[in-house]
Write a protein that binds this ligand. Structure first.
Ligand code: ZN
Ligand code: ZN
Length: 556
């Protein structure tokens, strides 16, 4: 009988984000990605949502390393937090490790890990696990499919997966090797990206986006072009640079991460651009408009991005007018629609022309659609399948697809965050809720799990607060001085004063009789009374529900 192996999903199955799985043998845990999720408006103030690390904290001595499949934040963005639980090496392609290095350096965590470079096709042993890494196409370069040999057979993890027929760098997804592995030794379990499992057909090639962009560049020969895309999308950036060069435009970069990623990609020979074809952003105004292309971050309408500031006429380097064309070469991430809309309106108000993918092919997804997923399933011929990387709807659509292709329904396990798949000789089973799969969130230097904080913040953000402060003499059962009521965010300051005064008066009169009639004057009893009186007044006067904060001082 072979040793049992388990896979515990700590994030990424139920949301697109915070991808992290723990592949575990008796004595060792190998992490597969360790990413963050960007919080939504229900978690005001939180900076990132992390995988459920509670499971790892209880087993920290077992962690032997982490495979970083590619450099997107939903795969590497939580490493800096995980390295506080245990120090372990991180494996990835050179480009991915460059992205990881940036993030860890910012957090001053580089000394807690070794970054171990993996080449396409390389086989290495990580602890008990023999691993082989295959190239995969995606919206950032040098992603890796992981083939992990375990005592319970081969696990194939697709990483973020696309079957680009015409990749910009000529580096294809290695389907041939997957076919070979499917025959010998055979793939026991496939874990595959579900992001686009609802979409029929196949995604268009990244190269086709280049054609779409070229068409737009041709149309606007007199204007300056500002193309905004994700700074990790090096192949998109390469195409924009190539088209600019053809048109005699010099390229300037706008945004810190754009500059940093371009410099990383150039240093690794992944991005090709001559020094001569670049110009510093501070010099763009000295060139005729039709000789410049600016490649910018800020495609998601990020409030502090340089593009957003420029759209409000307060950018440092870029002044936008009717001779500018802004191309959005990216998808708007759900949740960002409003601020992207605001950005577009601001750009238009300055007279600029705005082009997004509703007009032309200015973007393609980095995630394969149903035809591509079908092809992977057919090449891998897995005995078992677990859809990963998606919201529940995507995971369920992917399960249906696998069954359509002919995978037995009992061999498809629908796992969500916190679930564990157990691999044994007799087959695979789902151990539901092995850990809670809860959201851990970080803000500043503190990581927390209790989400009551956001209830408070949502009330404070929408309604403000009212503090009612009273001092009591316990011995004399009297009020000391007069109650004091202050508020913020409840009413506008000029209106608030009047109502604060009214509440103070009411507290004075109600507390006088309360104090003489009440036998037991404890902190709790008094705080409750002050809260009730204040809350009732607030409601009677304004029909609003700010947070009421009673403060009671008792002097004996
Ligand atoms: Zn990705
Ligand atoms: Zn991803």
């Amino acid at each position: 009988m072979s040793e049992t192996v388990s896979i515990t999903f700590l994030g990424g199955l139920g949301d697109i984000g915070r991808n992290c799985a723990a592949i575990e043998s008796q004595n060792q845990i190998l992490l597969l990605d360790c990413g963050q999720l960007f919080p939504d408006e229900m978690m005001p103030g939180a900076q990132s949502v992390l995988p459920d690390f509670g499971y790892l904290e209880e087993r920290s001595e077992k962690i032997i390393g982490c495979i970083a499949t590619h450099g997107h934040e939903d795969h590497i963005g939580a490493l800096r937090f995980a390295l506080n639980i245990s120090e372990f090496p991180i494996y990835g392609s050179e480009f991915t490790l460059g992205m990881v290095r940036h993030r860890l350096a910012e957090a001053d965590m580089l000394d807690k890990t070794d970054l171990i470079k993996i080449a396409d096709g390389q086989k290495i042993n990580i602890g008990d696990f023999q691993c082989e890494f295959l190239p995969v196409t995606h919206s950032t370069p040098k992603g890796l499919i992981s083939a992990i040999h375990t005592p319970q057979g081969l696990i194939l993890h697709s990483s973020d997966f696309k079957l680009d027929r015409d990749p910009v760098d000529g580096r294809h997804t290695d389907m041939d090797r997957i076919t070979i592995l499917s025959k010998d030794p055979g793939i026991r379990l496939l874990l595959c990206d579900s992001t686009n499992a609802e979409l029929s057909g196949a995604s268009i090639s990244e190269s086709e986006v280049g054609n779409g962009l070229e068409e737009i560049f041709r149309k606007f020969q007199k204007e300056r072009i500002i193309a905004t895309c994700f700074s990790s999308h090096i192949h998109r950036i390469q195409q924009i640079i190539d088209i600019s060069k053809e048109q005699g435009r010099k390229v300037a970069t706008l945004g810190f991460s754009m500059e940093r990623n371009i410099s990383l990609a150039r240093s690794l020979g992944i991005l090709s651009v001559a020094e001569d074809d670049l110009v510093d952003i501070s010099e763009i105004e000295t060139y005729p408009k039709n000789q410049i292309c600016v490649i910018s971050t800020g495609s998601q309408g990020e409030p502090r991005s340089s593009l957003n500031l420029s759209a409000q006429n307060s950018g440092k380097w870029l002044r936008i007018d009717e001779n500018d064309v802004i191309i959005f070469s990216s998808r708007t991430i759900p949740g960002n629609e409003k601020r992207v809309g605001r950005l577009v309106n601001n750009l238009i108000s300055l007279g600029a022309e705005v082009i997004n993918d509703e007009h032309l092919n200015t973007h393609t997804s980095g995630h394969g659609q149903r035809e591509e997923l079908r092809e992977l399933h057919q090449a891998a011929k897995p005995e078992w399948f677990v859809p990963v990387h998606g919201e529940l709807r995507h995971l369920v659509a992917h399960r249906k697809l696998a069954m359509e292709i002919g995978t037995n329904s009992e061999n498809v396990l629908l796992a969500t965050d916190g679930d564990q798949v157990i691999m044994e000789d007799s087959g695979l089973t789902l151990n539901e809720r092995k850990c809670e799969g809860r959201y851990i969130f970080s803000q500043g230097s503190i990581v927390e799990t209790n989400h009551d904080l956001f209830k408070d913040r949502n009330i404070l953000g929408k309604e403000g607060f009212v503090i009612a402060k009273v001092s009591i003499s316990k011995k004399d059962k009297t009020l000391l001085g007069t109650p004091s009521v202050i508020s913020k965010g409840w009413l506008s300051a000029d209106v608030a004063e009047l109502y604060e005064q009214k509440i103070e008066d009411r507290l004075s009169s109600e507390l006088k009789s309360f104090l003489t009639n009440k036998r037991e004057l404890t902190q709790d009893v008094l705080a409750q009374k002050v809260r009730r009186v204040t809350g009732k007044m607030v409601n009677d006067y304004t029909k609003r529900r700010p947070m009421i904060i009673p403060m009671v001082e008792i002097f004996s």
